[in-house]
Every structure is written in C-alpha cells, then in structure tokens.
Design a protein around this ligand. Structure first.
Ligand SMILES: [Fe+2]
Ligand SMILES: [Fe+2]
Length: 196
C-alpha cells in the first residue's frame, strides 16, 4: 500500500474543516429533533424535522467526501457548534412556556444555518482550488440546502414573531402602568462574548 504524506496547507485546512462539519452535522441530527419537539408552531416543527432529514443526507455527503480523500470518516470536535447548541439549549429552557419560544428557536436555528453556510462556502472554494470537482459538487448541494433552510426559517420567523408580538401587546395593555414588566431582566441576561 502506498504511504501518503501528511497533508499541509490548503489540503490540511480542507480535511480539517470537513472533519469539523462532520462532527457538527451529526450533532445537528439530534439537536433538530429536540427543537422540533419544543416548537409550538406545527409548521416550524415540521421545518425542523424536514431539515433534520436533509442533515442526515449531508452527513452521508461528507462521508463521500472522506471517501474521495481516501480517509476514514471521523469528526473533529467543533467548538462553534458546541457553543451554538449550548445556547439553543439554554434558550429552550429559559423560554419554556413563553410566547417568544418559537421566535427564540428560529433565532437559534438561523445562527446555526449561518455558521453552516459560512463553513460550506469555504469548503466549496477549497475543493475547487484543490481541483476536487466531485467533492465540490457534493458540498455545493449541501450549501444550497443550508441556504434553503435559512430562507424557510426567515419566512417562519414572521409568524413566530407575530405571535410573540401579539402576546407582548396583550401584556402591555393589561399592565397597570402600560409598560411591559421584566425589561431589566432581559437586559441583565446579556453576557459579553469571550470569543474575539
Ligand atoms: Fe447541515
Ligand atoms: Fe443546516
């Protein structure tokens, strides 16, 4: 068997990011199921489940990319997705039974989609630069799905925002001061980012 030299430069970066996304996508398969279970809007829940199915296909595409690279499919811990999903978990807990739960879920999911769009965008460019046409094609398919999921979420955000806005107005109308309560609380919950 021919021994392969260790990749460096762009090849190394490509392999590193493929492993990063492989880890991320596998985590997302279970996270999307959880989010679908929490969403109160049936359409939002269905959208999460539909994207979960797409995500399973995306995992398979990455396995094909590993095959093209001649490497076993192995993920590398993705700190970004760990952080985004930790935030999503926190939001699901904090907004349990809150009228803004769906809006919060859409926001958390869109942050994930934007991360994926950025990552797949880079991977497509790297694959093209490395002359890996088949890999580029596979990654482009996933990139298209991620963009589609993001657009779908933008549309669904409207109804979840309407619901949350309606609840906010009702609360404001029934509050004696005419002002919403808990404004200070929301401000306090913002913590500074530790990432540059
Ligand atoms: Fe994905
Ligand atoms: Fe996605």
């Amino acid at each position: 068997m021919a021994t392969k030299t260790k990749p460096t430069g762009l090849e190394k970066l490509f392999e590193d990011q493929v492993a990063d996304l492989y880890y991320a996508e596998k985590k997302l398969v279970s996270a999307l199921k959880k989010m679908a279970g929490k969403a109160t809007d049936k359409k939002l829940s269905a959208a999460f489940l539909a994207h979960r199915e797409e995500t399973q296909g995306q995992v398979q595409r990455l396995e094909e990319v590993f095959e093209i690279l001649g490497k076993p499919a192995k993920g590398k811990k993705c700190d970004a997705i760990e952080g985004l999903l930790k935030e999503a978990d926190g939001i699901m807990e904090e907004f349990q039974d809150d009228p803004a739960l769906d809006a919060a879920l859409v926001c958390a999911a869109q942050k994930v989609e934007h991360y994926e769009i950025g990552s797949y965008g880079c991977l497509v460019t790297y694959a093209e630069e490395l002359g890996m046409k088949d890999a580029a094609k596979l990654l482009k398919e996933t990139l298209k799905e991620e963009k589609g999921a993001d657009e779908k979420l933008t549309k669904l955000a409207e109804s979840s925002l309407n619901m949350a806005g309606e609840a906010h107005r009702e609360k404001k109308a029934s509050s004696p001061s005419g002002k919403p309560e808990n404004l200070n609380k929301t401000k306090q919950s913002r913590t500074p980012s530790t990432v540059g």
